[in-house]
Design a protein around this ligand. Structure first.
Ligand SMILES: Nc1nc2c(ncn2[C@@H]2O[C@H](COP(=O)(O)OP(=O)(O)OP(=O)(O)O)[C@@H](O)[C@H]2O)c(=O)[nH]1
Length: 586
């Protein structure tokens, strides 16, 4: 809704037409209704019942307390939310106590595979002591034939009081529920299917954008791949899938790898955003902040292998929150600069933030605990990866369009630089270049080359009598006749003032004389028509010469000019060459 409002402002400014407001309000309300419906009516994440009488024990020893009054000696606090447990970060072991009653479902499972140490003991009332740690249920792992015992699932057949020890440098957030074995397996299949879909989608994006990187060689794609690849690795490790492949994989290494993937992901995302929004060129302040966070990300990357887990968690929380804020701020500022593809970026990061928020709010019980909220972060990440891919495509499109416009502009300027503004013919600059090339070609290929130089007669008198504006029209009229009289490959140029030239490649002087005569006759028989429909006769004098090796282009022009001059001297309205004279009627 916020974006809808922002885009409305962006699209229409302050003068949004009423229909646009109605139309956006409708979209806003529909979005809100869909989000609320999905959040509240999606299937429950784990349709299992919580364990009963769950209490947090005020005891932090490594082993359960012993002695006659072992249970009574430790004070206990019932947890406010028996289903979704959030005990935060704890450096010392945490002990929980719960009860299993006759008739309860036999399986107790804890749905966080990353907790370093989980030990479950049954209280033995006869001796006032605790049993040895209870073995986890063995499952057939996804790959291989061996049985794995890495999942925190216990089969508790005997009613009684149980003590659960948890120690982990990560935040202790989980659900502890009672269920049946078929339900555990069904949940697990659903979970694996979801993870498979997520990882499959990311893999598709990786391959697709990897191919684009290969062809487009654009650094944005490199950072995008870094980000999506790290997200895939992060969730693979965070959801405990590594233990599915290698049940004995050390938890500490899993955790360090998880944070490594997270920092590489954040560094890639920061670099992606930086190059995507062209911050070094467009937003220096944001660019500096991004650089600070990239350095911080590197520090976290190294630190995670050396620092205690709970310190890493805090550092990454600051890094994550700071980065998210920066993304939104930089994208917003880019939108203000009217950089359109930034909207995809803004939507992508927002999807991740919203996903994250939904997840956190469900932990605190504000939102219901169901599939959407439990996997909110992952949903957000999937949506974000998709939107960023769209953002890349949009940006590449924009760049391509910009490049096409540049090429067109370049072509337009190149054409303008060799075109005469009044007549649309080639100008003197073009003539010089073209004649040089033609002379070279004529020399090398031993081909004839002719030059025709034309000048409107008594043009000064024409201007004086009819004015310069009509004089301009007369020049355009003459230019039209020249273009009509010659072939496309013959270069017709305005030499300057009322003087024109035609370069006739591969043509000897005899043919050039025919062309010249044709022009002279056409001009004579096609007077200039004024707006008042008055016919004004025009004539021209033409000098024609054939190239003679080894003269220069300059000397070639000078000879044509001289032939023209002779024609003027001879009485005008005629074609002259240094070989022969064609005199027309006057
Ligand atoms: N209207 C108009 N006049 C131009 C343009 N360029 C040059 N002229 C005019 O063309 C005239 C050329 O005059 P001259 O060089 O004396 O030649 P002329 O009057 O045609 O006499 P001859 O060439 O000897 O027949 C000048 O009056 C220029 O002002 C132009 O772009 N538009």
């Amino acid at each position: 809704m916020v974006y809808s409002y922002a885009f409305r402002r962006h699209l229409y400014g302050s003068q949004a037409p009423p229909w646009a407001i109605r139309h956006h309000v409708l979209i806003d309300l529909s979005c809100l209704a869909i989000v609320v419906a999905v959040l509240f009516f999606s299937p429950a994440a784990f349709a299992n019942q919580p364990v009963s009488h769950l209490q947090l024990m005020d005891y932090h020893g490594a082993l359960p307390p012993t002695g006659d009054n072992a249970l009574e000696s430790v004070s206990a606090t019932p947890l406010p939310d028996q289903q979704n447990i959030n005990l935060g970060i704890n450096i010392e072991p945490v002990w929980l106590q719960f009860k299993v009653e006759a008739g309860d479902p036999p399986i107790v499972q804890l749905n966080n595979p990353l907790i370093h140490q989980i030990a479950l003991h049954r209280y033995l009332p006869e001796t006032s002591t605790f049993s040895a740690p209870i073995q986890r249920v063995a499952f057939t792992p996804l790959l291989g034939d061996e049985l794995g015992r890495w999942r925190p699932v216990f089969e508790l057949t005997e009613p009684g009081t149980y003590w659960l020890k948890l120690s982990s440098p990560q935040a202790l957030r989980f659900q502890l529920s009672q269920t049946t074995l078929p339900q555990v397996n069904s949940d697990w299949r659903g979970f694996l299917l979801g993870q498979g879909l997520y990882l499959g989608m990311l893999l598709g994006l990786l391959v697709y954008n990897g191919v684009l990187l290969r062809f487009l060689k654009n650094s944005n794609y490199f950072w995008y791949l870094g980000f999506v690849g790290s997200s895939a690795v992060y969730f693979f490790l965070q959801k405990g899938l590594m233990f599915e492949l290698v049940p004995a994989f050390p938890k500490l290494v899993n955790e360090a790898l998880l944070f490594t993937a997270l920092s590489i992901g954040i560094i890639s995302a920061l670099s992606f955003c930086r190059t995507f929004l062209m911050l070094p060129e467009q937003d220096r302040l944001m660019d500096r902040l991004f650089m600070v966070f990239i350095v911080f990300g590197l520090v976290c990357l190294v630190g995670t292998w050396w620092l205690p887990g709970h310190v890493s968690v805090k550092m990454f929380s600051v890094l994550g929150l700071g980065t998210m804020t920066l993304f939104c701020l930089a994208s917003w500022r880019a939108l203000q600069r009217r950089f359109r593809p930034a909207r995809w970026l803004l939507m992508g990061w927002s999807a991740l933030i919203v996903g994250c928020l939904v997840f956190i709010l469900s932990i605190y019980g504000v939102l219901p605990h169901n599939l959407v909220t439990y996997y909110g972060f992952q949903f957000g990440s999937a949506l974000e990866s998709l939107l960023l891919s769209v953002a890349l495509a949009d940006r590449i499109n924009l760049l391509r369009r910009e490049r096409e416009t540049l090429v067109k502009e370049k072509l337009r300027f190149a054409t303008m630089s060799v075109t005469d503004g009044l007549t649309g013919l080639y100008n003197r600059r073009y003539l010089n270049r073209h004649l040089d090339e033609s002379v070279q070609q004529a020399r090398l290929q031993h081909q004839p080359l002719s030059l025709v130089m034309l000048d409107i007669d008594h043009f000064k008198v024409f201007n004086d009598r009819w004015g310069h504006l009509l004089g301009d029209k007369a020049l355009q009229h003459f230019a039209d006749i020249l273009v009509e009289a010659v072939c496309e490959e013959d270069a017709v140029c305005r030499f300057g003032g009322e003087e024109f030239t035609i370069v006739l490649r591969h043509q000897p002087v005899q043919q050039a004389l025919d062309v010249a005569e044709r022009i002279r006759t056409m001009l004579r028989t096609t007077p200039l028509m004024t707006d008042a429909n008055q016919a004004i006769p025009l004539t021209c004098t033409i000098g024609v010469v054939q190239y003679q090796v080894p003269e220069s282009a300059k000397a070639f022009i000078a000879r044509a000019d001289s032939a023209l001059y002779q024609g003027k001297e001879g009485g005008r309205d005629r074609v002259m060459s240094d070989l022969m004279t064609h005199q027309g009627s006057t």
